[in-house]
Structure formats: structure tokens, C-alpha cells
Design a protein around this ligand. Structure first.
Ligand code: G6P
Length: 460
């Protein structure tokens, strides 16, 4: 197997086997360790000047190479084009898209900077695997710098329907640059189909067997590679965490009540407002749940430099306060709303205690919380996953109760169904999903992608 090079905006710093990391970081590190590898990206630091050379560290057969961004890079590339244009657009929020030529230039500039700094580190036979919407122009930039290596791309977020993408002023250039990759991976068949529709309808391209594409004089291949979690590790964390002080404290505080859990980044795409409204409908329409059910919503703050993220935070504070004001009693608060993050281990313990996992994004590439919730359940007494049809995970997790998060009253009815579901049905639904996750874990995901990239036609 060839030497692998991973390129992503964020680089998970070497962790020396300490602490519980996210599944993606573990999987990519696993792939890099196999034959020695390089992980390249942003250092996470904002500096006065761009780094003339990447900062290099080595650990466990992996080289980490990172570059700093300047204030204007950070503002125009990360806060600007990536998170105020592509993120809202790809999540169907055209109303929040804030396009400017300045941010587009910043996006191009940082991609070009990354390519220039990466090229001297590449060996002729390397496989280069670029991740996510921050770095769509990377292959084109690397090719311009003379790079002949096979370069693959995986999009972690949704790819929008043609009509939505057309709102992006530079959609044609963006898709053309994406087609400079040798392999383009999407989360779901739905995303793949939207991309293929664009290629045929808007770009006049041709689709051949096995996702082969001919467009703009380029040949590439696109396919769906649904990302996953490591269910065995999550299950083990959950078993062990049951006895942890945090899980025991949570259990004591819940007592005989049923726990509904939501864990998300504090992002407008996650449907948190709709979720709290639905919970409020549940208490109103099914009063037997009052004093008997608790919604624990963990929402860790993210991208605080972007205005929409500050706004959603205020809206959530208002609605959770409102629901609690309307229904709380002297010995019960219906919504526990937390603005902080927890380790994977602690979360796994919390998931196991929860009768319902509530995952209701308005749009989501995959949503690994849905998969982690399933993996953390006790086989003897599993909880119920309530999952938005607009999360990529809904294409796979057919044992979940699938909901439309825009229908908050319907969601309240489904929550009632979940809370009262008999153990036999819970077990049957859970078993099918767990079997699917075991067969399609994150190691299988990264091996499938790397093998497909390795098999891509060599660059002429
Ligand atoms: C999503 C994106 C990732 C990103 C993560 C956290 O999952 O697909 O690329 O790293 O959100 O967002 P942040 O802006 O903090 O990196």
C-alpha cells in the first residue's frame, strides 16, 4: 500500500494514546500509521504573517505538517467563504449565505497557500486524500503546481440539489475545480445523485459505468462512501462509563424519569429550535409526561466568529427558558440545556442511560451522533433513535423512527411513541441497526475510500 497524505482544515494533534478521541481522528490516524503517512492542514493558530514553512512534528510513524493563517485568511477563508457561504448553501440555508468576492478570493488564496506548502512534502507515489468543503479547489491548485499523484476528495457535508447550488455565483468554477480530483466521495446516494444531476444538467457532462464522469475535458469518478463510527469502541466506552461518576450522577438526578438526549454542535443546521418546540408540544399534548421526562440537550458552542452562530445561541436560550418557565415544578426542570462539550467516553455513558436519542437536523451530511447513540445502547434494554429524514444516517438506520423535523407536532407524537415503545420492539429495531454498524464501521469506510483512490486511473 502506498504512503497516504491526509489534507484537512483541522488536524487532530498527536494524542499519544491519551484520552478518547472522535472516531474520524482515530480512523484517519489508523490509516496513516499503516504505512507511515502525513497529515497536513491548518495549525488552528492565527499569526501575523503566513508560515513560510509548515510546522512539522512526528509521532508514531505519522508526520504532522501545519500552517498558520493570518487574520484576514481566517476571516475570509474560514469564517467567510467556508462557513458563511458554502456551509449555509450546502445545508439549504440560502437566506444565511453571505457571498462576497473578498471571501471568495480569501478561499482561493488559502487553498493556493496550502497547495504550495504541501507540494514539497509529497513523494511521487503518494495517495493524497483531501477532506471537506474548505478545500474543494485543492486538486486544481496541486495540479497547477505539477502534482501527478492520485488525489481524492471526501465531502463530509451534504451536496445540495441543483437549484440550490445555482444560487452560488461561482458554482461553475467550483464544480470544475472539484472535477480535478481523481475520486470524489459523498456521504449518501442522495448527495451523489444531486452531484450527477448537476454534471449532466448544468455542466453538459457524461456519466459512465461505476460513477465515471467526463466533463470539461476531465475524467473523474464519484461514489457514495457513507462515513461511520467504531461501534465496538463506543459500546465498550458505554459499558464502562455506566459506572463512571458522571453517569452515576446523571442517573441519580434523573431517578425513575425517562431521559431524552440530544448532542450537537450549536449550529443552525441541527434543528435545535424545532426540537425544543416539539418537546414543548409533547408536554402540552401528552401531559402524563410532565414531571416524568427530561430532555438533556448538550450543545457545544462552535464558530463563534460568525454572526448566525451567536444568534442561534440567543434563540435557544430564550426557547429553553420559555419551556422551563411554562412547565417546571419545584422538583423537576424539563429541559437541561448545556453549552459545553463532553468526552466521547462520558457521552457514551449518557447515551446508554437515555431512553430516546433525538437527532433532528434540518440538513446533515451523515450525523455520527445517531450512529454513536445506537452503538452505546445496552442489548438487554436499548433505547429508541428518533432521526430526521434529512440526516444522511437515515439512508442506513432503518430501525430508527424517521421524522420530518419541520413538523414539530408530528415530532411530538413520535416522541410519545418512542417513550412508550415496548421492549420487544426496541430490541428488534436496535439489533438490525447494530448489525449494520458492525459490518460498516469507520475502518471499513476509510479502507473502501483508499482502495478506490488507489484503483483510480493514473494521471497522464
Ligand atoms: C463539520 C465539518 C467539519 C468540521 C466540523 C467542526 O463536521 O464537516 O469539517 O471540522 O464540522 O467545525 P469547525 O468549524 O469547528 O472545524
Amino acid at each position: 500500500m502506498r504512503h497516504l497524505v491526509v489534507v484537512s482544515n483541522r488536524v487532530a494533534a498527536p494524542n499519544h494514546g491519551k484520552g478518547a478521541e472522535g472516531g474520524l481522528a482515530v480512523a484517519l490516524r489508523g490509516a496513516l500509521k499503516e504505512n507511515g503517512g502525513l497529515w497536513f492542514g491548518w495549525s488552528g493558530k492565527v499569526a501575523e504573517r503566513p508560515s513560510p514553512n509548515p510546522h512539522i512534528t512526528e509521532s508514531d510513524r505519522i508526520t504532522y505538517a501545519t500552517v498558520d493563517l493570518t487574520e484576514s485568511d481566517y476571516d475570509e477563508y474560514y469564517n467567510g467563504f467556508a462557513n458563511s457561504v458554502l456551509w449555509p448553501l450546502f445545508h439549504y440555508r440560502l437566506d444565511l449565505m453571505d457571498f462576497s468576492r473578498r471571501s471568495l478570493n480569501g478561499y482561493q488564496r488559502v487553498n493556493s497557500l496550502f497547495a504550495q506548502r504541501l507540494v514539497p512534502l509529497l513523494k511521487p507515489d503518494d495517495l493524497v486524500w483531501v477532506h471537506d468543503y474548505h478545500l474543494i479547489p485543492m486538486a486544481e491548485q496541486l495540479r497547477e503546481a505539477g502534482c501527478k499523484q492520485r488525489i481524492g476528495f471526501f465531502l463530509h457535508v451534504p451536496w445540495p440539489a441543483v437549484e440550490v447550488l445555482l444560487a452560488l455565483p461561482n458554482h461553475a468554477e467550483l464544480v470544475r475545480s472539484l472535477c480535478a480530483f481523481d475520486l470524489i466521495g459523498f456521504q449518501t446516494n442522495r448527495d451523489l445523485q444531486s452531484f450527477m444531476d448537476y454534471i449532466t444538467v448544468e455542466a453538459n457532462g457524461k456519466i459512465g459505468d461505476g460513477g465515471a464522469i467526463e466533463v470539461h475535458g476531465r475524467r473523474t469518478r464519484a461514489a457514495a462512501f457513507p462515513i461511520s463510527t467504531d461501534p465496538s469502541t463506543v459500546a465498550e466506552y458505554a459499558r464502562k462509563a455506566e459506572k463512571s461518576p458522571a453517569a452515576q450522577r446523571l442517573r441519580r438526578s434523573i431517578g425513575e424519569r425517562s431521559l431524552i438526549i440530544g448532542v450537537d454542535r450549536l449550529d443552525y443546521s441541527k434543528g435545535l429550535i424545532n426540537r425544543m418546540e416539539a418537546f414543548s408540544h409533547l408536554l402540552e399534548r401528552y401531559p402524563a409526561n410532565r414531571s416524568q421526562v427530561v430532555l438533556l440537550q448538550i450543545a457545544s458552542p462552535t464558530r463563534e466568529g460568525v454572526q448566525e452562530y451567536d444568534e442561534i445561541r440567543h434563540e435557544l436560550e430564550a426557547i429553553s427558558g420559555h419551556v422551563n418557565g411554562a412547565y417546571a415544578d419545584y422538583d423537576w426542570v424539563p429541559i437541561r440545556y448545556l453549552n459545553k462539550g463532553f468526552t466521547q467516553r462520558t457521552l457514551a455513558g449518557f447515551f446508554r442511560l437515555a431512553r430516546v436519542g433525538l437527532v433532528t437536523p434540518l440538513r446533515d451530511g451523515m450525523n455520527l451522533v445517531a450512529k454513536e447513540y445506537v452503538a452505546a445502547q445496552s442489548p438487554r434494554d436499548p433505547g429508541v433513535l428518533v432521526l430526521s429524514r434529512f440526516a444522511g444516517a437515515a439512508e442506513e438506520l432503518d430501525g430508527a423512527l424517521i421524522v420530518n423535523p419541520y413538523d414539530t407536532e408530528g415530532l411530538a407524537d413520535i416522541l410519545e411513541t418512542a417513550l412508550t415503545m415496548p421492549a420487544g420492539e426496541r430490541k428488534e429495531r436496535w439489533r438490525g441497526m447494530m448489525q449494520h454498524l458492525r459490518r460498516n464501521d469507520i475502518t471499513a469506510w476509510r479502507k473502501r475510500f483508499v482502495a478506490a483512490l488507489d484503483a483510480a486511473a493514473p494521471v497522464q
